[in-house]
Structures are given as structure tokens and as C-alpha cells.
Design a protein around this ligand. Structure first.
Ligand code: SF4
Length: 361
């Protein structure tokens, strides 16, 4: 089974912390861009069944429902699209767009990933988001009313002024909404972003210990609400784990289409450069090969250790097996009865160091 990722690199306004590839939205450029995406869908031969389609960005909810439908019709015509494919669209919850949500559902979208981030207006303002807490809440409710059964919300952790009490308020709202999935990310300060230069705001971000506390607070609250952790940043009700995102962590094939998209497809890892004019002008996808022998043993292990199902102990290199007892005693790693090992929430809070120790040769 193959996943299809479609990158839509347009945003209404750039958020100060974001370093994803996106430019200001212009309707005409977006229309030309959809044309280029259709061109590329016709270019690739995908022999496998496609069981997930993911509209990411940027802000794909700036696409009209008709454009989304046109893209999905082309996918269904050109590829073997599974009848039960997961079709996700990332959604920016600005204002209230009930009719649009219903039209997206009718166009074939089955799952929304809503960029709620927080249910504190103060936090949303500090993050430079365009939506309010009420927008986020109503969008989730409207999506459920529009017939979406699979709804994911983004939750941002370690943001400025995020005390335990403020995060608890957000988690309280989040866990009462009709959602099936949460993606919980720690705010990363990416070089070159406006946030990275805002000393005053950075001084208000939690330090590493407080960030780990907020992360563990989120894990415990989400788990208690029935949203089980299945990956370092991902939580789901049973059966609602993201089919698409699991491909990234299990080294399953995925084809990325659009400027800035990455692929692991046909035994190669490649990307399309983040160059919109070049992408629009190209006749075929302007691929750049990154790796022609991807998914080696170490990479597979590193990705699989992000999952709570972990890896068989015997798959770890000798150094990792030697370090294992100390990591278990410290509470960072769990040994399963079937011989698998996985990180605990405390281990995920410092996952880079723990995974590096488990991969020692
Ligand atoms: S809406 Fe999303 S992709 Fe666009 S700038 Fe903000 S965080 Fe980045």
C-alpha cells in the first residue's frame, strides 16, 4: 500500500514560528498550482493500491472544495485508490465555514487535521495565529456535524507562558470535543524565523525541564481521556491511528507531489525543490534524489522507536542491548512480555538521547 502526499504551499499569513515551505496565497497562482499537481498525478505510475491521501501545507483548506474534488477524482482515475482510503486535509480553523466542511466531506475527504494548537486566546495571540479558541472549538463541532468521524487536532506544547494551569484548561476543552486523534508538538525555535529573533518572547518559553513536564502532563491527560499514545507526538482512540503518518515511521512507500514535497517511492528518497516558479514552469516533476538506498536498518530502527509498539529487543545493535537494563531502571524504556522494547512517556520526553543510546553499536 502506498500513501500519497499533496503539498499546498500557500498560507493567508505566515506564522512567526513556522519554517514550512509556504508563500502568500494568491488565487490565480493557486489555480495554476492545482494544474501542476494534476500534471504530476498524470506523470507517476503507482502500481500499488493507494490507501492514504494527505493534503498538507501550507494551508490546503484555502483550496476550494471543487479543487479538492478535482484532485481526488484524478487520483481515483489514475491510481488504484482503495475504497476505504484515509483522505486527510489539514484545516486552518479561522472563522466558521460549515458549508465548506460539508462540501469537503462530499468531495471525498474522510479526515481533518485541524490546526487548533491551543484553546487559550492568549496563547494563540502569542503564537501569531489568526484563529481564536472559539474558532477552534466550533470548527471541530461543525466538522463532526458535517459528517467527519475522524478528526485530529494539533496541540502545541512548550509555548510562551504555558503554565501547568493554562495547559490544563486547553486539555480540558480538547478532551471534551468529538475528536479521535491528537498531534502534540513541542514548539521548535527554527533558525531564521521571526520567533528566533524575538528575545522577549523566547524568554517566556518554558525551559527544557518545564517543557518535559508539559509534555508528560499532555500524555497523562490524553491517555486518561482514551486517546492512547501510539507515537512520540501522536494519540488516538483505538482504530483511529493515522494510516498516512504511520507510513513515515514504518518505512512504507509514499509519493509526495507539489513544491517542497518529499517522497520515498520506487526505492528512492527524493524531493521537489521549494521553488514555486520552477515547479509551475516544469513539464514533469523536478525531482532531486536524496538517497537511492533509503530505509537501512538503522533508519528503520530509529523511526520504529518513535512508536509505542517499539521494536524486538533482538533487533537492537550490541551497544543498545548493553545499555538497555540501565535505561529500563531509569524509567526511559519499557520491556514488553513478548520481548519488544519501547520508550516510556518519560523516555519520549528525551527521545533523541534515549534512541541514540539504543542505537549504539
Ligand atoms: S498556517 Fe501552518 S503552514 Fe501556514 S505559516 Fe502558519 S503554521 Fe506555517
Amino acid at each position: 500500500m502506498t500513501g500519497l502526499y499533496l503539498h499546498f504551499p500557500f498560507c493567508a499569513k505566515k506564522c512567526p514560528y513556522c519554517d514550512f515551505f509556504s508563500v502568500s496565497y494568491r488565487r490565480e497562482t493557486a489555480e495554476r498550482y492545482v494544474g501542476a499537481v494534476l500534471r504530476d498525478l498524470a506523470f507517476y505510475q503507482v502500481e500499488d493500491t493507494v490507501d492514504s491521501v494527505y493534503f498538507g501545507g501550507g494551508t490546503p483548506s484555502l483550496l476550494s472544495a471543487a479543487q479538492v474534488g478535482q484532485i481526488l477524482d484524478t487520483v481515483a482515475r489514475r491510481m488504484h485508490l482503495d475504497d476505504h482510503a484515509e483522505i486527510t486535509l489539514e484545516y486552518d480553523p479561522v472563522g466558521r465555514r460549515s458549508a465548506y466542511l460539508r462540501d469537503l466531506r462530499a468531495a471525498g475527504v474522510t479526515r481533518l487535521s485541524i490546526g487548533t494548537q491551543s484553546f487559550s486566546d492568549e496563547t494563540l495571540r502569542l503564537l501569531g495565529r489568526r484563529h481564536t479558541a472559539a474558532d477552534g472549538r466550533r470548527t471541530v463541532e461543525d466538522a463532526a456535524d458535517a459528517g467527519f468521524r475522524e478528526i485530529s487536532c494539533d496541540l502545541m506544547l512548550a509555548v510562551p507562558d504555558q503554565t501547568q494551569a493554562r495547559l490544563a484548561e486547553t486539555l480540558d476543552v480538547l478532551t471534551q470535543l468529538p475528536i479521535t486523534h491528537v498531534s502534540a508538538y513541542l514548539l521548535q525555535v527554527e533558525p531564521g524565523t521571526p520567533l528566533s529573533k524575538d528575545e522577549a518572547l523566547l524568554a517566556r518559553c518554558p525551559d527544557a525541564d518545564e517543557s518535559a513536564d508539559r509534555y508528560l502532563q499532555a500524555v497523562r491527560t490524553l491517555e486518561a481521556a482514551g486517546l492512547r499514545q501510539y507515537e512520540v507526538s501522536s494519540f488516538a482512540r483505538p482504530g483511529s491511528e493515522s494510516v498516512h503518518n504511520l507510513k513515515y515511521w514504518t518505512c512504507a512507500p509514499y509519493l509526495g507531489i507539489g513544491a517542497g514535497a518529499h517522497s520515498c517511492f520506487g526505492g528512492r528518497r527524493f524531493c521537489i525543490p521549494k521553488d514555486l516558479p520552477a515547479y509551475l514552469a516544469a513539464e514533469t516533476p523536478p525531482e532531486v534524489t536524496l538517497d537511492d538506498a533509503p530505509c537501512g536498518t538503522e533508519e528503520r530502527l530509529m523511526l520504529a522507536l518513535r512508536l509505542t509498539r517499539g521494536v524486538p529487543q533482538d533487533d537492537l545493535p550490541a551497544g543498545g542491548r548493553r545499555t538497555l537494563p540501565a535505561l529500563v531502571r531509569a524509567g526511559y524504556v519499557r520491556l514488553h512480555v513478548d520481548g519488544r522494547v519501547s520508550l516510556t512517556p518519560e523516555g519520549f520526553a528525551v527521545s533523541n538521547a534515549v534512541i541514540a543510546a539504543l542505537l549504539e553499536t
